[in-house]
Design a protein around this ligand. Structure first.
Ligand SMILES: Cc1ncc(COP(=O)(O)O)c(C=O)c1O
Length: 465
């Protein structure tokens, strides 16, 4: 048989890696260095575990990429996709048409989101959702006769996706450096990262101060020019940065005072991750728009979108005329059918309550114990997302030189021991599937400790401690 036609499972790891290197350019990857070592090839998954092409079992403490909230192998989602593929694999929502799964999903989303939301605009991803946000908030102010209100304020170290608008909204300088970003009309303020910026202040005091940076920026830009403020309720890709409890309520006060729209990017925090359906509920604010993706289908199939609050929806519907924006896959029927099955499964398993009242607090207990580890300067978790800040000197709270890539050293020990934990500089972060049990949290915490111990020994041997 021709090698190209062989069933996938029959290839060896080396064969997979050779074909991968020859043809596949991966996202956020140094192509040359990956080619030198070869990819890790993941071939199957079940519940919270993955297996690679060498048969190693790995505990996936990142839910894929913060998305597989109901865990791998859920038959209800597989059946929903299969049935919809047979019934109607595709039709679009342009040209005054719709499909039953897209309509039913819009209806269900209105039910599980805060009361100000009754309408949704679908996209294929979180990045596309945030592109929609940029166009929609500018259009909203335009329709209201205030086209000069076009500036969107975001934050340093935010992540809002990788398209031109998504990456511009994001506050990752290394992304802006490639491709001439940010696009005009997007400005940034400092992030509410107490460990980095709040020394000498209480968390609450710092939360107020960080929110006032928004007010200062509004006054600098001119309040009549600011369209919206966008933020992740808890920054995810930036390192699971949990703002002080005072931050978001004060942001709400400032935005209300100047009439500025609030956009919650719920791509990670949504669908139960923080112990409520939405991160804005956990952090105490009332957004006008919410971007979602990932957890809407538990990542089984791509889907994203924007919940549009009535303040905006009424203007867009009653006075806006045609909104010149949309994607081929807006409201894709198979994706919507999977999302319906996924949300109903979250409801049936009572996963959101389980995270808030049981597994979230249980993870927090483990994190409290892990914060005693000599390498850890701060351990934070909310619901089932958490971060462990690696420090060089625990008592002084000082970090390692960033060039040493200590987080990547730790991540290497995690992979070697069958655990996926992500490194953001020297912050080790987790966001396990919401179906994780207490016994599995025990296993995960034991693995984390083992990997931190291995990292500590490694750093001592390298003479870095
Ligand atoms: C908060 C947030 N917004 C937007 C995105 C972009 O989503 P996507 O990768 O589906 O375009 C991400 C991805 O991680 C995210 O974390």
């Amino acid at each position: 048989m021709n090698a190209v036609l062989q069933p996938p499972a029959t290839r060896t790891t080396a064969e997979w890696q050779a074909a991968d290197t020859a043809h596949y350019l991966h996202p956020f990857t140094d192509f040359k260095s990956l080619a030198a070592k070869g990819s890790r090839v993941i071939t199957r998954a079940d519940n919270i575990y993955l297996w690679d092409s060498d048969g190693h079992k790995i505990l996936d403490a990142m839910s894929g990429l913060w998305c597989v909230n109901v865990g791998y192998g859920q038959q209800a989602l597989i059946d929903a996709a299969t049935e919809q593929l047979k019934q109607l694999p595709f039709y679009n929502s342009f040209f005054q048409t719709a499909t039953p799964p897209a309509i039913e999903l819009a209806e269900l989303l209105a039910e599980v989101t805060p009361p100000q939301f009754k309408h949704v605009f679908f996209s294929g991803s979180g990045s596309e959702g945030n592109d929609t946000v940029v166009r929609m908030v500018r259009r909203y102010w335009d329709v209201l006769g205030q086209p000069q209100r076009s500036v969107i304020i975001s934050r340093n170290n935010a992540y809002h996706g990788s398209t031109m608008a998504g990456a511009s909204l994001g506050g990752m300088r290394y992304m802006h450096a490639q491709g001439g970003l940010p696009i005009p009309g997007i400005v940034h303020i400092e992030q509410p990262f107490w460990f980095l910026h709040g020394h000498g202040k209480s968390r609450d005091e710092f939360g107020f101060e960080a929110a006032r940076w928004l007010e200062a920026k509004i006054l600098e830009v001119g309040a009549d020019k600011v369209a919206a403020f966008i933020g992740e309720p808890i920054q995810g890709a930036g390192g699971v940065i949990v703002p002080p409890a005072t931050y978001w309520p004060e942001i709400q006060r400032v935005c209300d005072q100047y009439g500025i729209l609030i956009v919650a990017d719920e791509v990670i925090c949504g669908f139960g991750r923080t112990g409520n359906w939405w991160g804005c509920e956990t952090m105490g604010f009332r957004p006008d728009l919410m971007t979602f993706a990932k957890g809407v289908t538990s990542g089984y199939i791509p889907l994203g979108g924007v919940m549009v609050g009535e303040r905006i929806a009424r203007v867009m519907i009653d006075q806006g005329g045609e909104f010149e924006h949309g994607y081929t896959y807006s409201g894709h029927p198979v994706a919507c059918a999977v999302a319906l099955a996924n949300i109903r499964l979250i409801q049936r398993l009572d996963l959101v309550d389980q995270v808030r009242t049981d597994t979230g607090p249980y993870l927090a207990e483990h994190f409290k114990a892990l914060s005693e580890h000599p390498l850890i300067g701060e351990a934070q978790s909310v619901g089932l997302m958490g971060a462990l800040q690696i420090v060089k000197d625990k008592s002084a709270g000082t970090c390692f030189d960033g060039a040493l890539d200590v987080g990547m050293i730790c991540r290497g020990h995690c992979f070697a021991n069958g655990l996926i934990m992500r490194a953001v500089v020297d912050r080790m972060i987790i966001a396990p599937p919401l179906v994780i049990t207490r016994a599995q949290i025990d296993d995960m915490a034991a693995l984390i400790r083992l990997c931190l111990d291995a990292t500590l020994r490694d750093l001592q041997q390298r003479g870095l401690l």
